[in-house]
Write a protein that binds this ligand. Sequence first.
Ligand SMILES: [Zn+2]
Length: 272
Amino acid sequence: MLKNIFVLLLAAGMPLAGAAFDEVPLTLKGERTQGALLLGKTDPEASVELNGQSIELTETGYFVVGFARKADLNQQLTVKLDDQQRQENLVLTERDYRIERVDGVPQRTVTPDPEQVKRTRKEAEKVWLARQQQSAREDFLTTLVKPAEGRISGYYGSQRILNGEPRNPHYGEDIAAPTGTPVKAPWAGVVTLAEPDLFYSGGTIIIDHGYRVNTTYLHLSSVDVQVGDVIEQGQMIGKIGATGRATGPHLDWRVNWGNERLDPALLPTLYE
Ligand SMILES: [Zn+2]
């Protein structure tokens, strides 16, 4: 008897609130771990929230979310469509970053040069402003290409502890290669910063790829693009160098989702 009513309702196309067969669509790609970018897809008419913060969708229903180096391991993704709601508890795995303890380092007694302090503050503001520029580009939907050929010499998340004092973690992936080695755009995008000589990072480029995703390239010997340039995937944007505070020629490249710094090494898993 009950079964017959159910069949009748189905035949009439009546929606059953909360019924399992009429779920809000959601697919999520990428590794669920700290430092990761996840690529999601749902109905274009849906609304998405990460821990209560609204996430923008592309016209076809794609979205991206990113998790910081030490992000909370429990993340709440909510997708609402019409009167239905889908709640996903994303449990991230905890990363084990390389930590190097160095003791007995002579304490530096150098007083910072006020001119240098002024300069680095100004530069940090420029970089911050460039990162706030976000468009509705969808470059991140395409499989990325490697920005440079070379040996990986530095890892995201690693940190040195000098005389018991933790230094800033390293947020990029370092690729060691000779000065002059071409650096290519891993995705298409728009250049939001192109500086030949910043104090810490030397020749520096920032590219916006849309929906808060941006990438950064540091220590370049040559910056071959300008702010506002629309670049193609694989286009040469500059050359590897050792400018700024670098001990040898290498590319330090970084990926951000808004102000969250992510691990470039995890990006290829998005497109597998
Ligand atoms: Zn580096």
